[in-house]
Design a protein around this ligand. Structure first.
Ligand SMILES: Nc1ncnc2c1ncn2[C@@H]1O[C@H](COP(=O)(O)OP(=O)(O)OP(=O)(O)O)[C@@H](O)[C@H]1O
Ligand SMILES: [Mg+2]
Length: 251
């Protein structure tokens, strides 16, 4: 498989359409994300943010259009899809850790099964990742023994263990108690600062202002605004975005 050229975008979606029955959830989406860019996706409930994330790694099949990761088109299915999907890490609202495996085992699994690392190497890498997200001392515990914030950091470590080129986050802090939100956002901001290409669906406006290079605002399956954080928050152009911001910023 040929790698992308240095100039190729990390994510490229062209004319992507997706329906759920008669509902047109992604409408002619064109999106190009260069390497190292941190994109925050905002928008009202049901606007298609999760579907956009899921379309990027083909968790959700699309009706038409193309999705490329690092210059390579995403195959529709099969082994090639599994390989390319490893390039795209995803972290969800619900942490989706394996309940009957320790935190270390959760992080080890993908590298051993998919990247075919030997156990010693995988353990070394996994331990370093758990240190990086600040939970090395939790390695031998089971997910239920951890706080929500620690579990979500374990989920981030597990995704990073696959050495992804792109990280997708779909409301990673929405299920957390407020006092645990920042420990997860700090890990994400660290990743952003290290140059990871990231697409983040979040309601955390502080994170959007602090860590994002770009804000996408979605409504009704379309990208309605494509802006910088300062431009978006200070002077949103569309009535939809103005309405959205007036609702969230007054709470
Ligand atoms: N599997 C599915 N089958 C049918 N409709 C779906 C399915 N998944 C999502 N939808 C619908 O598609 C639309 C977009 O959903 P999506 O989850 O992408 O929105 P969202 O912007 O992530 O919303 P939220 O902020 O509530 O998470 C919604 O109207 C939703 O009800
Ligand atoms: Mg969603």
């Amino acid at each position: 498989m040929t790698a992308g050229t240095p100039d190729s975008p990390m994510i490229r979606m062209s004319s992507v359409d997706k329906h759920f029955g008669s509902l047109h959830v992604l409408q002619d989406i064109d999106l190009t994300v260069p390497p190292g860019q941190v994109v925050v996706v905002l928008g009202p409930s049901g606007s298609g943010k999760s579907t956009l994330c899921r379309a990027i790694n083909r968790l959700e099949p699309i009706d038409s259009g193309t999705v490329e990761i690092d210059g390579k088109p995403l195959p529709a299915e099969g082994r090639a899809l599994a390989e390319l999907r490893a390039d795209v890490g995803m972290v969800f609202q619900q942490f989706n850790l394996f309940a009957h495996k320790t935190i270390l085992e959760n992080v080890l699994l993908g590298p051993i099964k998919v990247r075919k690392l030997d156990k010693a190497t995988a353990e070394r890498e996994a331990t370093a990742l758990l240190e990086r997200v600040g939970i090395a001392d939790q390695a031998q515990k089971y997910p239920a023994q951890l706080s929500g914030g620690q579990q979500q950091r374990a989920a981030i470590a597990r995704a990073l263990a696959m050495k992804p080129k792109v990280m997708l986050f779909d409301e990673p802090t929405s299920a957390l108690d407020p006092e645990m939100v920042n420990e997860v956002l700090d890990v994400m901001a660290g990743l952003a600062a290290e140059g990871m290409t990231m697409l983040v669906v979040t309601h955390e406006m502080g994170f959007a202002r602090r860590a994002a290079h770009r804000v996408l605002f979605m409504a009704d399956g379309r990208i309605v605004e494509d802006s910088t954080p300062s431009r978006f928050f200070e002077a949103p152009e569309s009535a939809r975005a103005q309405d959205f911001l007036s609702k969230i910023l007054t709470h």
